[in-house]
Design a binder for this molecule. Sequence first.
Ligand code: CAA
Ligand code: NAD
Length: 283
Amino acid sequence: MSVNKVMVIGAGQMGSGIAQVFAQAGFEVKLNDIADESLNKGYARIEKLLSRNVEKERMTEQEKESALKQISTTTKLEDASDCDLVIEAVVENMDVKTKVFKQLDDITPKHAILATNTSSLPITDIAAVTNRPSQVIGMHFMNPVPVMKLVEIIRAIQTSDETYQLIEETTKKLNKNPVEVNDYPGFVSNRVLMPMINEAIYTVYEGVAEPEAVDEVMKLGMNHPMGPLQLADFIGLDTCLYIMEILHEGFGDSKYRPCPLLRKYVSAGWLGKKSGRGFYVYE
Ligand code: CAA
Ligand code: NAD
């Protein structure tokens, strides 16, 4: 089997980036969202980033137009009925994701692979709600998708070798680097990254330093491209809190307890860049 037609579900910051990289690699892509407004925003974001590539002479106007032609938008999940691969990138909520996977299991052809871009939810549990668990896999893109080279490919306990190999090959066609990991809380990426971000928040909570100082230490001292608090704002503080809760619950170890300041910010609706305020204020 080979992958030709792809549906990306959720046209937010991750889904629109995933649709863009598939279209640039020549795949036919259907971008789906429940909300027309999100679809329009997602498509506009893709157009803007492709135009930026033309400005920077990384692609021609013609290449931009042909990438855009590969993408159609739809609010109907039923349009996945002829897709070989579906990548789900909706909100990080188990109930929403399992509902989408159950529907996809009924709609998509028998051969289709169902992938999730979840940051932290157990792929094994998502696979278990379908009648094709061996064809369910984690395809974890990094933010911002068009720039970051990694795709963490997460095998659920049920994922077959055939499914893994096809997703690995497909990732390479996107000019990304696949890394194989197994399904445990936070996988590798967020098990290592999130405790660092959480600890950075503790240093602010305990008055060790101001957010700017914490970020300067990590940028200038450790050569990180963004400080941990700037990165937390970029990812979304709600997503960071959610991932810490999954680590805390999944391992039952107090070393993963989310910082109370992170909880407070999320309760206040200070979710980072997307809400205009997090550790920093955004225009
Ligand atoms: N979308 C698309 N492209 C973007 C972008 C975005 N949101 N932000 C920046 N870029 C592009 C810029 O357009 C720029 O390209 P050109 O100027 O050549 O067109 C290029 O990236 C570099 O940007 P800047 O020069 O403005 O800034 P920078 O050098 O600091 O790079 C960055 C920006 C690539 C985002 C860099 O700061 C970085 O690597 N930050 C860390 C990102 C990271 O750690 N991501 C992983 C998050 S964790 C995750 O994703 C997993 C999870 O489950 C939560
Ligand atoms: P987002 O809030 O920007 O986008 C989510 C989109 O899903 C929204 O447009 C929303 O309208 C849509 N949606 C919600 N329910 C839907 C449904 N039932 N059907 C179709 N569309 C639906 O979120 P995001 O940051 O793009 O995150 C999406 C997923 O990617 C999450 O699972 C998240 O954990 C994961 N992820 C996020 C990051 C990050 O840095 N933000 C990095 C890697 C992975």
